[in-house]
Design a protein around this ligand. Structure first.
Ligand code: 0O2
Length: 211
């Protein structure tokens, strides 16, 4: 059904995906600018790495169907907020919030939704700060507002999320074993959070020593 829709709407669909790609580039640049400026002021960089990803047509189709939305180009734009994804891996936990605040203070950025899975981790143990924001992209004859999902997390949160994501596909276990695996993963997420807290404390101590 979805591939049929795309065949009929190939030009508008391509156009829409290009807008998302442009918005992703804009967002990446915003964070590179913040990282550079922070580097000048504090002699260290708050961003370890940046990854961008465009949601595949396959997972777009699955998500629309799962949520009961119509399978059209307009429906993607209206209902799916994470077509464009930018993941910011930060060095220390406090950097997550410093960067998020700096982004949201920019006058061309509009916050649509904020989910703080650092303050309130998911049951799985997953931690990250998720922002859905709208930013403008400037085309030849118009300005368009495009939604981007930004995920901010530390190296340690990213380490856990990457490995948990890999392990999730290896499950086909009896219920009791699956529960034990889930408990162990949640426990590992707490251990990762503990590393972050200790690294942050060390960072704060060294910052104070320097003044
Ligand atoms: P991908 O390829 O990263 O996009 P929904 O987006 O509707 O499915 P919800 O509640 O709106 O779900 O979004 P949520 O849970 O706030 O954020 C979803 C994304 O966060 C996921 O994207 C993952 O990137 C990440 N995430 C959330 N929970 C977990 C978790 O327990 N483990 C890991 N490793 N990542 C998680 P997608 O759509 O799964 O994939």
């Amino acid at each position: 059904e979805f591939s049929e829709m795309m065949r009929r709407n190939i030009a508008p669909f391509r156009r829409l995906m290009t807008y998302y790609e442009c918005a992703m580039m804009e967002m990446e640049t915003k964070f590179r600018v913040l990282d550079a400026e922070f580097g000048l002021q504090h002699d260290r960089n708050p961003i370890e790495s940046i990854k961008t990803r465009l949601k595949s047509t396959d997972s777009l189709a699955k998500k629309l169907t799962r949520k009961g939305f119509p399978i059209t180009v307009e429906s993607v734009e209206k209902n799916i907020f994470d077509v464009a994804g930018v993941r910011i891996v930060c060095t220390f936990p406090e950097d997550i919030f410093t960067l998020a605040d700096a982004l949201l203070a920019q006058d061309d950025v509009t916050l649509i939704e904020r989910r703080d899975y650092v303050a309130a981790p998911k049951e799985s143990g997953y931690r990250s700060l998720h922002l859905i924001v709208e930013i403008p992209i400037f085309l030849e004859h118009e300005k368009r507002l495009v939604k981007v999902e930004v995920q901010l997390r530390t190296i340690s949160m990213n380490f856990w999320a990457s490995l948990e994501h890999q392990l999730r596909y290896k499950k086909n276990l009896p219920e009791a074993e699956a529960a034990a695996v889930a408990t162990e993963l949640a426990d590992l997420a707490d251990a990762a959070a503990d590393l972050d807290a200790r690294m942050q404390a060390l960072r704060n101590f060294l910052d104070e020593e320097r003044d």
